[in-house]
Design a protein. Structure first.
Length: 216
């Protein structure tokens, strides 16, 4: 049965992942903004991808409101990634041209901030997407990101799709697709060569050129 929509993760699928040092530098800047001059390495690592509980623990250690710390972190990350996009350091993979051949509706569902996805669409040459979702820069956004299916379900509903496929490059992408009950394609980019998946995706692709071999 042909897929009636193609939904894509962004980082590692459409665009190259943001350099880790860019994000850690942004996090250090966010800490400084809220008055924390010397966060620990562990705290910086936590702030790369915290749960609400781990964020709360870091904030409490400095007598901060979790929302205040997270707002500073998200704003810093958005601005840092905007600069990476504007400079061309964060760019699309060459094989995104394969999306031009798709006739079904397309969407993006990312764990990156919604504003960052809007910036990707502004700065990068990508085929038009019908729908896109990134996380809200809030505590609720942390709880709703993949592997939770929240944003994926919203995108599918907005597309009106009955048999979509989700294309990702991580465990959480496959888990989110499984939670919704749809097929998943895993793109094994260079940074995922030794990456192991706890559950098998429906398809494994070497590049987005492999989309042409899927039912459509």
């Amino acid at each position: 049965m042909a897929y009636d929509a193609f939904v894509f993760d962004n980082d590692g699928v459409l665009t190259r992942p943001t350099d880790r040092s860019v994000l850690t530098d942004a996090i250090c800047g966010a800490f400084a903004e809220v008055g924390v001059a010397d966060p620990t390495t562990e705290e910086i690592e936590t702030m790369l991808s915290p749960t609400v509980d781990s964020l709360r623990a870091v904030a409490t250690a400095y007598d901060l409101e979790p929302a205040t710390l997270w707002e500073a972190r998200e704003r810093a990350a958005i601005e840092a990634q905007r600069e990476e996009l504007a400079s061309g350091r964060k760019r699309t993979y060459d094989d995104v041209a394969a999306l031009d051949a798709l006739r079904a509706p397309t969407a993006i569902v990312s764990n990156n901030q919604h504003e960052t996805i809007e910036n990707v669409l502004e700065h990068c040459s990508l085929a038009p997407f019908d729908v896109w979702y990134g996380r809200e820069p809030t505590l609720a956004g942390i709880e709703r990101k993949k592997p939770e299916p929240y944003y994926l379900e919203r995108a599918i509903d907005e597309l009106g799709a009955e048999n979509p496929i989700y294309v990702g490059d991580s465990r959480v992408d496959i888990a989110a697709a499984d939670a919704v009950g749809i097929d998943a394609a895993f793109v094994r980019r260079d940074h995922r060569r030794e990456y192991e998946l706890p559950t098998a995706p429906t398809y494994e692709l070497e590049s987005l050129a492999g989309l042409s071999e899927l039912p459509r």
